[in-house]
Ligand binder design. Structure first.
Ligand code: F6R
Length: 261
């Protein structure tokens, strides 16, 4: 894993947006795996201000709540409309979110996997990180070889996401890409900030690979970049080493990832 430690959340959001922008410039017809959540709102806002054309992109979201209509304001389809598809001019024919209202959930999950494959696979998968170490909605105990399927949210994830549901309750079930689906992406970019993520970041980067921290499976990915702020990286034992590696990263490699300074 490449671990990049930055001073604060705004630096993480900016670098995240720059890496995504560079991917779009290099390959305007990229196949992107995308995430929702609080972390990404500011990232997508930065990206929207970068005058990019997203019309040739194909987008697959990580997850969606089961039973929620796409027009529900807390649905991830609605989130993507507002924060990504509309500002970047994404062609909705190529903008996919798992259908949490499908009659046949298993068939929907299989179809989702087939669509990703038919698109040529994910060029870049963007990820946030759950406080319990989840990626997508692969909660602790998830198979590290899993593909898109139905999952049950843990009480801690439901509590964290309750903010989006006001007086209503956070659904219990979701459809999510599996850990195996995520690992199949050609490149992975994970962003996290704030002290609440510190334990999960340390477990993901430096802990043993275990289903108890599904994000730790990213240690097997050959091209995974993790960008965190100092608060989220506070429990990293090799923090100084990561800072040195990034400070001395060759300019050409840095520009390839982030675009010109
Ligand atoms: C969202 C997703 C989740 C979030 C994670 C962090 O599509 O798949 O894994 O990335 O729960 O959420 P925030 O950013 O709200 O802290």
């Amino acid at each position: 894993m490449e671990v990049i430690l930055l001073s604060d959340p705004s630096a993480v959001r900016l670098l995240g947006a720059r890496i995504l922008a560079q991917q779009l410039r290099r390959r305007p017809d990229s196949v992107l795996g995308l995430a929702t959540g609080q972390t990404m709102i500011g990232v997508y806002a930065q990206l929207a201000g970068m005058q990019l054309d997203g019309s040739q992109l194909t987008c697959f979201n990580l997850d969606e709540y089961v039973g929620l209509s796409p027009s529900h304001p807390a649905s991830y389809r609605a989130y993507m409309e507002q924060h990504f598809y509309e500002p970047l001019g994404v062609n909705r024919q190529r903008a996919f979110v798992p259908d949490g209202q499908a009659d046949d959930i298993e068939a929907e999950c299989a179809r989702y996997e087939q669509r990703i494959e038919a698109a040529g696979g994910l060029d870049l998968q963007l990820l946030g990180l759950g406080e319990d170490g989840h990626i997508g909605f692969n909660e602790p105990g998830s198979s590290l070889a899993s593909r898109t399927r139905l999952k049950t949210l843990t009480p801690s994830t439901r509590a964290a996401n309750q903010r989006d549901f006001g007086d209503g309750t956070t659904p219990l079930h979701v459809l999510t890409m599996g850990v195996g689906t995520i690992l199949s992406a050609r490149r992975v970019l994970l962003l996290a900030y704030g002290p609440k993520k510190a334990e999960a970041v340390a477990a993901m980067v430096e802990g043993p690979v275990t289903a108890m921290c599904p994000a730790s499976a990213l240690q097997f990915h050959p091209a995974c970049t993790v960008v965190v702020d100092e608060a989220a990286g506070a429990h990293l034992r090799l923090a100084d080493y990561y800072r040195t590696v990034y400070a001395h990263k060759p300019r050409a490699a840095r520009e390839r990832l982030e675009g010109p300074a």
